[in-house]
Design a protein around this ligand. Structure first.
Ligand SMILES: Nc1ncnc2c1ncn2[C@@H]1O[C@H](COP(=O)(O)OP(=O)(O)O)[C@@H](O)[C@H]1O
Ligand SMILES: O=C(O)C1=C[C@@H](OP(=O)(O)O)[C@@H](O)[C@H](O)C1
Ligand SMILES: [Mg+2]
Length: 171
């Protein structure tokens, strides 16, 4: 039997922290697979996340997300980006224990600039700035709880951020 597969790194953080973008850069630099639980969910559901929220609601999305997180942690041996709200579920936080989890931190100003009008992010389509502030205040302790390292992203390029993460993976 082969040894259990583990991601080299799991990325968590607020919407707009750059998990998907930095994750792709990091995976390319390392020459490993990139996985994103949001993409896994969309592929399995056969529709984009905003449609899942409209058709089945957030609770159903969170159920799909818990299954996607468990499956990805068990099968990804590259860089794994989670959705920004994955840490809300105690089940997901427990599943992250023992993994190398990098929190991409971002302040409100940069996060707002990056998510723009919130297109593609159903939670942010109404008043993105206020909603993002609320989400970030609620989730900050949860990102800190699961993270084994935190990397600041404000005012930095995805390449600079990936370059800071790589040496952390050798420890
Ligand atoms: N460090 C960065 N600097 C500037 N823009 C960024 C940075 N990281 C990501 N972005 C941009 O911000 C938006 C959100 O990035 P994304 O990777 O989807 O974030 P997340 O997956 O954390 O929600 C994208 O348009 C992306 O190009
Ligand atoms: O913060 C959230 O609750 C969500 C973040 C999104 O992912 P990103 O953090 O990659 O934008 C996506 O999972 C969904 O729209 C819900
Ligand atoms: Mg993303």
């Amino acid at each position: 039997m082969s040894a259990a597969t583990r991601p080299v790194c799991v990325l968590v953080g607020a919407p707009g922290s750059g998990k998907t973008t930095v994750g792709q850069v990091l995976a390319a630099e390392l020459g490993v697979e990139f996985r994103d639980t949001d993409a896994d969910i969309e592929r399995q559901a056969g529709k984009p996340i905003p449609e899942i929220f409209v058709d089945e609601g957030e609770a159903h999305f969170r159920t799909l997300e818990r299954a996607a997180v468990a499956a990805a942690l068990a099968s990804c041996d590259g860089v794994l980006a989670l959705g920004g709200g994955a840490v809300l579920a105690e089940e997901n936080r427990a599943a992250l224990v023992g993994h190398r989890v990098v929190h991409l931190s971002v302040e409100l100003t940069d996060a707002v600039k990056r998510v723009g009008l919130g297109i593609g992010r159903p939670l942010l389509t109404i008043n993105p700035r206020a909603t993002l502030k609320h989400l970030m205040d609620q989730r900050r302790p949860l990102y800190a709880e699961v993270a084994t390292a935190t990397v600041m992203t404000d005012g930095r390029t995805p390449e600079e951020i990936a370059a800071e993460i790589i040496p952390l993976l050798k420890r």
